[in-house]
Design a binder for this molecule. Structure first.
Ligand code: FE2
Length: 568
């Protein structure tokens, strides 16, 4: 049985196809249409999924959409009326990424948008379902996790009504335990302060997380007055400090908040200490309430396994501290924990609902996107007029170049799903040189100087370099680097001595693993710097042509595509 899932019209549109409980293909639309975090209909991603499965649309049994717009219509008016007349501002231009009425109309039309494009008229057509957003998120992690039972925690900006969900997964069932209702939303508060700090919501939260390490939580008391714990792990807000429920993106934090901190930071302007302190205080508040809720969830489920999804759980700094701050022993975070992953979740939920004897097939990788043949890669190189060579040992030759200080564009196999490049669409460099961070920024990435670059390490060497016994295959947990190793891999150490590490397993990605292994043979260090293969503001590359364009428009020294090597 084939089930297709897709998400669209909010942000990070994507699609996924599941066959008999196994995820066959999944991809985000931004990689195809080249618009970062696109909310457009994922036509390319759906087409890719069907092509990969080798089926026609009519062969799909069920289609899941990641959201129930009818439910949202009922519930979103409640906060709207509560904050009248100010909330009329929510209809103004710029108050939302995709304005409410337009978005709801698009979502209600999601079925026609899909069926019109993919010949879904007449004859046998798949059955269409709106799946509740947080059920999509919950299914996206639990139903592909290695666990038969798990506590499930979902948190994001908002769903149709909820912003946080605690649930209990057993077998193929998901039981809801507690919810927090929008506009109360830790995820939305994090996004609101992200906007206040001069970064974009749904894009800059990771920057705020990195910035937090440079500040002191001097506004702890302020955030304690904003976020107020209630029963059963829930919380409420003092909305006098917050603006998004009244003005949307036009003013995400209120005058009262500004009066106690500083005026909102203008985008791209200097970063005064006050903004770093606000970021640190926000991060501290998030962690405090995140762990408090997880502890309640543990008490309710008494299960050592935890599954996480939703945009808020991309907070890798907090994720890295979960096992220290809660009784949970095993934490599974789906690689696309953000909304893109809810396409996977809606498909997986429907499969388990409708299959007669549903199978559980754990997902241990994020390589769900397109791959390209040698011929396609060679054609792209020829068409671009670049000189290239074919190597007999790509891992060894690439490791040598990295050890010689070169910056490598590394394009291999199937593209990753989710926000992280995990060794198939990556830019790689030598972690041993502290100055490599500035070199990468000056020559390729042009990112904010306070943001760290991530390490990839051979899985079995994790605990030797990081203060953790746990693997981190999807780069969604930050761990402290062991003090004696910080000087060994300084290019990957953040200011507070941590790293957002990816543990690489030989089984899951043998080519990438072998490359790191060859690098270790040369240098004694089983780690490389891994940052996504893109330039600032653009999605990660998808095709050989994208990789060549990125290579030509930056000062990447060398492009390694399959077995082909092109040098500048
Ligand atoms: Fe979400």
């Amino acid at each position: 049985m084939y089930v297709l899932g897709f998400n669209a019209f909010l942000h990070d549109s994507g699609a996924c196809i599941v066959k008999d409980g196994e995820v066959l293909a999944f991809a985000e639309e931004e990689r195809f249409n080249r618009k970062k975090h696109t909310y457009e209909f994922p036509e390319n991603a759906v087409r890719f999924c069907l092509d990969f499965a080798g089926i026609k649309f009519s062969e799909v049994s069920h289609v899941g959409f990641f959201w129930n717009p009818y439910k949202e219509i009922i519930y979103k008016w409640l906060p709207f009326f509560r904050f009248m007349p100010y909330s009329l501002s929510l209809f103004k231009k710029g108050a939302a990424i995709n304005p409410f009425m337009k978005r709801i109309a698009s979502m209600i039309g999601a079925k026609s948008a899909l069926y019109d494009r993919f010949d879904g008229k007449g004859g046998k057509v798949p059955q269409f379902h709106f799946v509740d957003h947080h059920i999509s998120h919950a299914a996206s992690c639990y139903l592909v996790s290695p666990f038969d039972e798990a506590a499930i925690f979902v948190a994001d900006g908002y769903a149709e009504h909820d912003s946080t969900l605690m649930a209990h997964g057993r077998g193929n069932g998901i039981e809801k335990l507690e919810t927090v209702k929008f506009p109360v939303s830790l995820g939305q508060l994090y996004g609101a302060v992200t906007e206040y700090l001069g970064f974009k919501i749904c894009n800059g939260e990771g920057k705020v997380m990195a910035l937090a390490s440079f500040g002191e939580p001097k506004y702890e008391d302020l955030f304690d007055r904003i976020v107020l714990p209630t029963n059963n792990g829930q919380y409420k807000f003092d909305f006098d400090y917050i603006g998004y429920q009244r003005y949307g993106l036009l003013k995400t934090m209120s005058d009262r908040f500004i009066g106690e901190t500083a005026p909102p930071r203008v985008r791209e302007s200097g970063l005064d200490q006050v903004y770093m302190d606000v970021a640190a205080s926000l991060q501290q508040a998030l962690e405090k309430h995140y762990f408090r809720m997880l502890n309640v969830l543990y008490e309710r489920t008494r299960c050592p396994n935890l599954c996480l999804a939703g945009g808020m759980v991309l907070n890798s700094v907090a994720n890295g501290k979960i096992t220290e701050n809660t009784p949970f022993k095993n934490v599974f975070i789906q690689p696309a924990a953000n909304d893109a992953g809810s396409s996977l979740g809606s498909a997986m939920y429907l499969y388990h609902k409708f299959a007669k004897e549903p199978k559980r097939v754990p997902l241990n990788h994020a390589y769900g996107g397109p791959s390209f043949t040698d011929e396609q890669m060679e054609d792209a190189l020829k068409n671009s007029g670049l000189k290239y060579e074919r190597t007999q040992n790509v891992e060894k030759d690439t490791a040598r170049m990295i050890a010689d200080g070169k910056i490598i564009g590394w394009f291999q196999g199937r593209m990753e799903f989710g926000p992280r490049a995990l060794g198939n669409r990556s830019i790689l460099a030598d972690p041993r040189k502290a100055e490599m961070k500035d070199i990468l920024n000056a020559r390729v990435k042009h990112r904010e100087s306070f943001r760290p670059f991530a390490p990839s390490i051979k899985e079995e060497r994790m605990s030797e370099y990081f203060e953790s016994e746990h693997s981190a295959p999807f780069m969604l947990k930050v761990y402290r680097i062991r003090p004696e190793k910080i000087d060994v891999i300084p290019a990957t150490a953040h200011v507070d001595g941590t790293g957002r590490v990816q543990s690489v397993s030989k089984e899951v990605n043998p080519r990438y693993y072998n490359l790191i292994d060859e690098f270790e043979k040369l240098t004694g260090v089983p780690v490389v710097v891994n940052t996504s293969f893109n330039v600032r503001g653009e999605p990660i590359v998808c095709t050989p042509q994208d990789a060549i364009s990125c290579f030509l428009s930056t000062q990447i020294d060398c492009l390694v595509m399959g077995d082909f090597i092109t040098r500048k």
